[in-house]
Ligand binder design. Structure first.
Ligand code: HAM
Length: 434
């Protein structure tokens, strides 16, 4: 170690590493890859196409899209002023690292006039998001989301049930258990103001007993009072939004539920589920888990309908529905062992200079035939090479020494069954391909 001061990751951010380099199983990169692969397979089956938006945008996008008064925009964003003309510090536009991806996707939908090509754009994204968090379990300042957005002309509740059906498949495929689906309707611009009025009437006389957050939310975003984890007794007495929905919202919600029923997807209606972003209308949902490694941050994913977000961002009248799952939280909830795609199929143990040169070219042929293989660049004896083969978790070890080279036949050892085979190069390729 040199005498220079070491530089580490910023507080509440972390490195996601290959499993060999950390014992923290929640930071194993192959697990992130595994969840992503399963999700990508689901997106293929359900017809979603990938979108990648910049990780920073004009601050105004999130201020208008997510809502000035939300915790995300008011407290959690990483915002800075760009350089202005002639590189004047602080004189440029206000920019923000994206705290979520829905606003950016809608911005892109409008910017590229996607409605011209398609009545319904079905998009997915995978990538980092940034929120200034303070180190609670399951909350990171840079975290990863996988999300989808269905944007266009239709607000059919079957779209919502289909997206949730896809999520149920992803969870099942990943063997993530102990989850519950919570659903609610947060109403529309017609009925929500009436509900907010009712909340105001009920809460005004009780404000003095309530926490600071509730007092602030009473003024700025009263619906969010329902999410308070401190004044639970007062919140429990409040009217239910489910009883005050307009006829259209009621019909939409009951159809949504019947589409879930038809798919035998289990859910609980939670009238207190209001979500932390302002753009939602009608259906809102979350999938929560009882996994204790996540503490109170039990939402694995959340989403809902956001008809009207396009108009807020200067676009045409558009319907939208989507979700984002917390990849870091999914990884924490996975079973202990999951397939690691970086595990080689074969480890080549070579003995002597001639064997090494041969092994290098054989590795090339194997890799070009689609077989993953590893080899070591140090000259080791057989015992140490086999130790490395063991550690690599390769299914096979291939032994090449002078004798094998002379015979042009190599020893392939099955590391699981311990069986050994003597094979020519062609036989070897054939066997490993299968
Ligand atoms: P969100 O509820 O803010 O919704 O985030 C979705 C998920 O991201 C959460 O359920 C959680 O799993 C994960 N998450 C959020 N913050 C953190 C954090 N600091 N550390 C780790 N994981 C976190 C949205 O972002 C909406 N854009 C979802 C959406 C898409 N709605 C419609 N379309």
């Amino acid at each position: 170690m040199s005498k220079q001061k070491q530089i580490k990751t910023v507080k509440h951010t972390r490195d996601i590493l290959p499993k060999d380099f950390t014992t923290d199983t929640s930071a194993h990169s192959h697990k992130f890859q595994y969840v992503e692969n399963v999700a990508r397979e689901a997106f293929r089956r359900y017809g979603f196409q990938e979108i990648r938006t910049p990780i920073f945008e004009y601050t105004e996008l999130f201020a208008r899209g997510v809502g000035e008064e939300t915790d995300i925009v008011s407290k959690e964003m990483y915002t800075w002023r760009d350089l202005g003309e002639n590189n004047t510090p602080g004189a440029g536009a206000s920019l923000t690292l994206r705290p979520e991806n829905t606003a950016s996707v809608i911005r892109a939908y409008i910017q590229h006039q996607m409605w011209v090509q398609s009545d319904l754009a079905k998009l997915f994204y995978v990538g980092p998001q940034f929120r200034r968090e303070h180190g609670r379990k399951g909350r990171f300042r840079q975290f990863y989301q996988i999300g989808v957005e269905v944007i266009g002309k239709s607000d059919h509740p079957a779209i919502e049930a289909e997206v949730i059906e896809m999520l149920a498949w992803i969870l099942q495929e990943l063997k993530i258990e102990n989850t519950s689906l919570l659903v609610n309707s947060v109403g529309c611009p017609k009925c929500r103001p009436l509900f907010n009025e009712r909340l105001k009437e009920e809460l005004a006389p009780k404000l003095a007993e309530m926490c600071g957050d509730c007092n602030r939310r009473f003024e700025t975003n009263i619906l969010r009072v329902l999410d308070c984890k401190r004044d639970v007794e007062i919140v429990a007495q409040l009217p239910s939004i489910q009883d005050l929905l307009c006829q259209e919202c009621q019909t939409h919600f009951s159809e949504f539920c019947s589409y879930l029923d038809a798919r035998q997807l289990k859910y609980q209606v939670d009238p207190k589920l209001v979500r932390g972003l302002d753009y939602y209308t009608r259906t809102a949902f979350e999938i929560v888990t009882t996994n204790e490694n996540l503490g109170s941050q039990n939402a694995l994913l959340g989403g809902g309908r956001y008809d009207g977000l396009s108009e807020t961002l200067g676009g045409p009248p558009t319907k939208g529905f989507g979700f984002a799952l917390g990849l870091d939280r999914f990884v924490i909830s996975l079973p202990e062992t999951v397939p690691d795609p970086s595990t080689p199929t074969v480890f080549i143990a070579h003995l002597g200079k001639e064997a090494f040169d041969f092994a290098l070219l054989l590795a090339k042929s194997l890799r070009q035939a689609g077989i993953s293989c590893a080899l070591d660049f140090e000259g080791r004896n057989l015992k140490n090479s086999m130790k490395l083969a063991d550690r690599s978790k390769a299914r096979y070890a291939l032994i090449i020494g002078e004798e094998e080279l002379a015979k042009a036949k190599f020893v392939l050892r099955d590391m699981v069954s311990r069986e050994q085979f003597e094979l020519t190069e062609a036989e070897l390729l054939e066997k490993l391909k299968n």
